[in-house]
Design a protein around this ligand. Structure first.
Ligand code: PLP
Length: 338
């Protein structure tokens, strides 16, 4: 038995999901003729009170398309220093859109309306034009922390007042919503565009959906094509997404409960320096001088447990659909044996 805690992207499709994929009606999605893709786009758009959706191969692509549509070359996007768009998309902000990032240091990845307001450039032709604000929910690199609607509300208002677009990287948005118990409708109305990953906690093999207005999505379709993201009979993947929306949202709470149990296991251990508060399914912790990162990872891998280094002394674990109660016991045994 391999216990893979490297990411919530490592899940394999279940039998039920595979059956849904096998029986999906399909068509050519570049011609906008795949009924299953259209159904998924419409379903998510309706859930979040947006006019339209666009199915894409990855969350990097949905984020990068959003940045490209919302900005012009030379503009600036305001985001947290931990943000995925800045750290983990291969410099795509600059490469794809010719845009630069203004990085803020928020509270575990969550930036405040005050910080944003202080960072908007005045309209002088020698200053970089601020055109976009980006939030991430939950924040991957900050240990799965999440925004509540009350935290976002003043940011939405500020962006409207200052005529800035507001994009949400909601790769793990449902992890946040099962904790806050806030509605998808309320969340949707707070943003101009939202990217949602189906291949993280929701457990599909691939795919992300970008949500926005009709005009925004029309332009996004054009950009998707130029990024090489136009796919054909891709309803087989969209069917996995529809299945996941039906079956895999509420159960995210189980992933959070297991992550919190691992947090409790780690805290008393002599070789642990500190564990970031665990709010959802991401665990980030530091090792002290009693053990180095390589030997810790090696020890775990000898016990068939996979984790990733997230810095010189830092480890990340992510719980998910394929991480069971039995595996949790295996992790406890191993952590205590070190
Ligand atoms: C995983 C992830 C994405 C998208 O990643 P892909 O691997 O391109 O689907 C975007 N934002 C965050 C916060 C993520 O964790």
């Amino acid at each position: 038995m391999i216990i893979d805690l490297r990411s919530d992207t490592v899940t394999k499709p279940t039998k039920g999901m595979l059956e849904a994929m096998f029986s999906a009606p399909v068509g050519d999605d570049v011609f906008n003729e795949d009924p299953t893709v259209i159904k998924l786009e419409e379903k998510l758009a309706a859930m979040f009170s947006h006019e339209a959706g666009l199915f894409c191969p990855s969350g990097t692509m949905t984020n990068q398309i959003a940045i490209s549509v919302h900005t012009r070359p030379g503009d600036e996007v305001i985001c947290d220093v931990n943000s995925h768009i800045y750290n983990y998309e291969g410099g795509g902000i600059a490469r794809n859109s010719g845009v630069q990032a203004k990085l803020l240091t928020g509270d575990r990845g969550r930036i405040s309306v005050k910080q944003i307001e202080d960072s908007i450039n005045a309209d002088y032709d020698w200053l970089t034009r601020t055109s976009l604000v980006e939030l991430e929910n939950t924040v991957n690199k900050a240990g799965g922390s999440y925004y509540t609607a009350a935290m976002v509300e003043p940011i939405t208002k500020l962006c409207k007042d200052k005529k800035l677009k507001l994009h949400l990287d909601g790769a793990r948005l449902f992890n946040a919503l099962v904790e806050t118990k806030e509605s998808t409708q309320q969340t949707g109305k707070q943003f101009d565009s939202i990217s949602i990953c189906l291949s993280k906690g929701l457990g599909t093999p691939a795919g992300s959906v970008l949500l926005g207005s009709k005009d925004f999505i029309k332009e996004a379709r054009r950009v998707r094509k130029t990024f090489g993201g136009g796919m054909r009979q891709v309803g087989i993947l969209a069917a996995a997404g529809l299945y996941a929306l039906e079956h895999n949202i509420e159960r995210l709470k189980d992933d959070h409960a297991r992550a919190k149990k691992i947090e409790q296991m780690l805290k008393p251990l002599a070789y642990i320096d500190g564990v970031m508060p665990v709010d959802t399914n991401v665990l980030i912790f530091d090792l002290n001088s009693k053990i180095n990162t390589e030997s810790f990872i090696k020890k775990l891998s000898e016990n068939h447990i996979k984790v990733v280094a997230f810095g010189k002394h830092t480890i990340r674990m992510v719980t998910h659909l394929d991480f069971t109660e039995d595996m949790l016991n295996g992790v406890e045994k191993c952590l205590k044996s070190i």
